[in-house]
Design a protein around this ligand. Structure first.
Ligand code: SF4
Length: 349
């Protein structure tokens, strides 16, 4: 792996070492019209639970001023894997590109809220060239996550220009676009834009969707159009207290997504970003929710339940922690489990 020299103290890297209190003060509040319409529809239909679940995600609360000792400006410890301020190379075969600090709407639990609070704009041409040269010089990289902020929040020509550069590195490089826009601004997915995105395949869209109430007619139409264009879609969801912390709500969401042609990819435990403790579901309750989901959902509808370990430990699947209480032993090539029905089963090779 070729690692270029990078001097800490770069302006764009500052947010990772930022003061959590300042992050709170400058993290924007913006509720996009399409999301406001979902809230208003839920209120009009008397579905106050859904309306509250949606509002909690986008309207600031006094709880954001509460900072806990475990919270960090850079909860995932990405700083230690930065090869450039906007490029994180944590896993051998893939890189993460923070294309912009801006979003279409701002989620109060955002784990990169320091980056959003810094109001960083879209990656410059020079930075993009630097990033592409790095990927070109490291052939083991076969995947790039274009994230942010929300890459779909910028004028589309800018994103297109960036994707052209990335696609020019090598045809086999898999591009993943991580975005909240199918929920926040489904109207931006025009036929022209979808066809343009399709031309950069292999490319997957990774929408962030947390609640079945986020799937109104416009959002459903958008996801169906993306799938219909031939762009594969895998969602990610954050487990959020007071939003989707019940097996009933989550199973409705995941079943809905599968019916739309979207594979539920990850359910994440909420990260330790400053001022987000009100959103974090205690682990024992999160495990109970997950166990119920496993009973309720097929493998197709069930996402991987995971946490991003603080301090740069990376993604860690929590499924195993939930299931370990069923394992009586696993040694000498023999696995013995006791299921919830109390029956014991053995698998041996
Ligand atoms: S859209 Fe994504 S990056 Fe933007 S505020 Fe929400 S979670 Fe954070």
């Amino acid at each position: 792996m070729l690692i270029p020299s990078h001097s800490p103290g770069d302006e764009d890297a500052d947010w990772r070492a930022g003061d959590p209190e300042k992050i709170h003060d400058s993290f924007p509040c913006c509720v996009p019209p399409s999301f406001a319409a979902l809230i208003s529809d839920a209120e009009k239909s008397g579905d106050t639970l859904t309306a509250e679940a949606l509002k909690k995600q986008v309207y600031p609360s006094a709880m954001e001023k509460v900072l806990t000792p475990s919270e960090r400006a850079d909860p995932l410890g990405e700083a230690s894997y930065c090869v450039y301020p906007r490029l994180v190379h944590q896993y051998k075969n893939r890189v993460l590109l923070l294309s912009t600090g801006r979003c279409i709407g701002y989620c109060r639990y955002c784990f990169r809220r320091g980056f959003g609070a810094g109001h960083y704009g879209f990656i410059s041409e020079a930075e993009a060239e630097q990033v592409c040269s790095y990927i070109a010089a490291n052939p083991e990289i076969d995947e790039i996550l274009v994230s942010g902020g929300d890459p779909m929040s910028v004028p589309f020509e800018k994103l297109e220009n960036l994707l052209e550069k990335i696609r020019g590195i090598r045809p086999s490089l898999l591009i993943r676009i991580c975005t909240r826009s199918p929920v926040f601004a489904p109207e931006i997915f025009t036929v022209e834009k979808l066809n343009a995105l399709k031309s950069f395949r292999p490319l997957w869209l990774i929408p962030h969707i947390n609640h079945p109430g986020e799937l109104g007619n416009a959002q459903r139409g958008c996801l169906s159009a993306v799938v219909g264009t031939g762009i594969p879609v895998q969602s990610q969801t954050v487990l959020l207290q007071g939003v989707n912390d019940s097996a009933g709500v989550l199973s409705r969401l995941f079943k809905d997504l599968v019916c739309l042609g979207v594979k539920p990819g990850y359910l994440f435990q909420c990260d330790l970003a400053p001022g987000t403790s009100a959103f974090r579901v205690p682990l024992d309750r999160a495990f109970r929710i997950w166990k119920e989901l496993r009973k309720e959902l097929s493998g197709l509808s069930l996402p991987v339940f995971a946490v991003d370990l603080p301090g740069g430990g990376g993604k860690f699947p929590l499924d195993a922690a939930v299931l370990s209480e069923n394992i009586l032993s696993c040694r000498d090539g023999t696995l013995t489990v006791r299921l919830d029905n109390k029956k014991v089963y053995t698998y041996s090779v």
